[in-house]
Each structure stands twice: as structure tokens, then as C-alpha cells.
Design a protein around this ligand. Structure first.
Ligand code: FMN
Length: 339
């Protein structure tokens, strides 16, 4: 099993999903270290990118920061959202130019289009998953993005808008004809948001409908889930979101399974050290804002440790990196005391 996206070839097609508020460059780096082969940025508003560009004063604006890829980073796509082809084209073109990225940033290996976001603020503007209700416009958006960039264009869709309108296979076919070089399918409709269980049949039907690579997404939280997704749907690669939070080692687990090797889970010390490193990179990269952002994300690594509930409460009010570090290491001390 391998996945080709433009010039990028992924051995197993193991991907970290776009997650607003989580899949920033700091977490992406941690996932790469643990075996992710490809990651996608948090979603970036095409309009905001265009307006930021117009009001640029040299500083890295929020949208540009979201689209920033560290020099030397492994394959990373930037995900954009929007329902207006002109803005989407301009945003794709900006992200693809050296003058916009500056000397510092790496080029993305693809531009991904968000056709899955279920939140009303986005769908209300005809963006995200609302595009699935309007295949004409969805196809126009893909064509416009493909005109705006020479990078591969990929699309992340859902099963459909609601269970009465499951149109992912037909839409995927149309998006492929409009220039999409990969389709990722989250096997739920927009009205299901993030539960219940994923519809593997719809992913299987998308795979049958198109000849570009199809990536299965939804509820892959173990090697057994990965096996089920691959075997049932015949998809080419796997995209993981919530299962990676606090557990980036899931990429190791799945690649060990795919390589037919045993999986050696991280020790408690490795888990805590990774959490500390994650917090440190956020704080070094973002200063005080990084402390606030680290609180919720770092807490996720404490699951399963004795005393984790009180550690989480303390982390939530920690004011400095040193405080966070002490709280995290105290979880290991507790374990030694318990022995
Ligand atoms: C906190 C959070 C933020 C998300 N942000 C995005 C996003 O920016 N773009 C996107 O296409 N999907 C986004 N998603 C959806 C995920 O990429 C993924 O499709 C969904 O969570 C199902 O995969 P999972 O079962 O592995 O979590 C987000 C999901 C979560 C939980």
C-alpha cells in the first residue's frame, strides 16, 4: 500500500487529520516523530488569508501563521476553506508563492479543500460541508484552486449533508474530474457531526467511484480499527484525528501493524517527556499564548496516570511552563510512591 500525491510518495499513507486548535506545527512535528507520514494544517479561511495579505505590515498574521510550515518539515498540506471560487483561487495562489511564504517557510506539498466542516458559522456562509449540498459550486471551487496553484489539490469531504443526501461517491467523481488528486472521506454526514459510528460503506463506494487515492477517516483509534478500515473499504490510506490527541504513538502502532512488526508502547516516562516537549515547543514558539494553548492539549497526555484528574485541574490553572513541567513529572513520582 502506498499513496502518491504529486511528487510525494507515502509508504503507508498514514496521515494526521486537520484539526482546528490542535494540528499546529508543534503537534505535527510530534506526530511525524511517531510515524505520521503526512499532516494537514488547521483549516485556514481563504477570505481571511486574502484580507490579511491586503493589510500586511510584515508581521505574520493569524491566517498566515496557520498556513506556516516549518523549514524541513515532512510532507504537509495546508487546508483552506471557503465557498467563493475567486477567494479560494487567490488563497491557493498566495500560499503557493515564495514571496508570501517568505524565506522562512516550507512549501506545502498540497492544498487541501475543506468540504467537511459542520459548524454553522462556516456552513451558514456556504463553506465547509455546505459545499456538499451544491456540487456545481464544489466543482467550481476545486477548478479555481487548481488554477491558482501548481501544487496538487486534495479535498476532504463527508458522506453527505444528511442521511437523506449521501452523495460522497458522485461528488468525489465530479471533484476528481475538476482537478482533485486525492479525496479524503470522513464517513459521517454533516448532521452526525462526530458521532455515531462511521459509515464504511460510503468510503468503500467512493473508492469504487474514483481512480485518485482515497483516504479513509473516522474512528481509527487502534491498529484493529485501521485494519478494519483498510480491509473493508479498500481505501489507500488512513487519516486520524481524535485518536492522536495525547496519543501520537498511535501512528507507531498502526505502522508496526502494517509492517507486520510488534508494537512497543511508550513507557510512562516517554509519555510524560513527550508532553513536556510539546508544552515547551508551544511556549517557546508562542510565548504566553503558548501557555494557554498548552493547558488543554498537554492534559490529554495524562490519561491513565494515577492522579491524572487532579493533575489536569492543576494544569488548567498553570501560569508558566515550569509549573506545567512540575505537574507532569509529579505523575511519575506518584507512580514510584505507589510501588
Ligand atoms: C477539534 C477538532 C477540530 C477539527 N478541525 C478540522 C479542520 O480544521 N478541518 C477539517 O477538515 N476537519 C476538522 N476536524 C475533523 C477531523 O479532521 C476528522 O475528520 C474527524 O474528527 C473524524 O476523525 P476521527 O474520528 O479520527 O476524529 C476536526 C475535528 C476535531 C475533533
Amino acid at each position: 500500500m502506498s499513496v502518491k500525491i504529486g511528487k510525494t510518495i507515502l509508504r503507508h499513507g498514514l496521515m494526521l487529520a486537520p484539526m482546528a486548535g490542535f494540528s499546529d506545527r508543534f503537534f505535527r512535528r510530534i506526530c511525524f516523530e511517531q510515524g505520521a507520514e503526512y499532516t494537514v494544517s488547521e483549516m485556514v479561511s481563504a477570505k481571511a488569508l486574502c484580507y490579511d495579505e491586503l493589510s500586511r505590515s510584515g508581521a505574520l498574521h493569524k491566517s498566515a501563521d496557520l498556513a506556516y510550515i516549518e523549514p524541513g518539515a515532512p510532507p504537509t498540506a495546508v487546508q483552506i476553506f471557503g465557498g467563493e471560487p475567486d477567494f479560494m483561487k487567490r488563497a491557493a495562489s498566495l500560499i503557493s508563492t515564495l514571496s508570501y511564504r517568505g524565506a522562512a517557510g516550507e512549501f506545502p506539498c498540497a492544498i487541501d479543500i475543506n468540504m467537511g466542516c459542520p459548524v454553522r458559522k462556516v456552513t451558514g456562509n456556504g463553506e465547509g460541508s455546505a459545499l456538499m449540498k451544491d456540487p456545481e459550486r464544489a466543482a467550481a471551487v476545486v477548478r479555481a484552486v487548481a488554477e491558482g496553484t501548481s501544487l496538487p489539490v486534495t479535498v476532504k469531504i463527508r458522506a453527505g449533508w444528511d442521511r437523506a443526501h449521501v452523495n460522497a461517491p458522485e461528488l468525489a467523481k465530479r471533484l476528481e474530474a475538476s482537478g482533485a488528486s486525492l479525496i479524503c472521506v470522513h464517513g459521517r454526514t454533516r448532521d452526525q457531526f462526530y458521532s455515531p459510528g462511521v459509515d464504511l460503506d460510503v468510503i468503500k463506494n467512493v473508492k469504487k467511484a474514483v481512480s485518485v487515492p482515497v483516504i479513509g477517516n473516522g474512528d481509527i483509534n487502534s491498529a484493529a480499527d485501521a485494519k478494519r478500515m483498510l480491509e473493508y473499504t479498500g481505501c489507500d490510506g488512513l487519516m486520524l484525528a481524535r485518536g492522536t490527541l495525547g496519543n501520537p504513538w498511535i501512528f507507531c502502532e498502526i505502522s508496526a501493524y502494517l509492517d507486520g512488526k510488534p508494537y512497543i508502547p511508550p513507557t510512562d516516562e516517554e509519555r510524560i517527556e513527550t508532553a513536556v516537549r510539546h508544552a515547551s515547543s508551544l511556549v517557546n514558539g508562542r510565548g504566553n499564548r503558548g501557555v494557554a494553548e498548552a493547558r488543554g492539549r498537554i492534559s490529554l497526555y495524562t490519561k491513565g496516570f494515577r492522579g491524572s484528574a487532579s493533575a489536569r485541574a492543576s494544569l488548567n490553572s498553570a501560569e508558566t511552563f515550569d509549573e506545567m513541567k512540575d505537574i507532569l513529572y509529579s505523575l511519575l513520582d506518584r507512580k514510584e510512591q505507589d510501588v
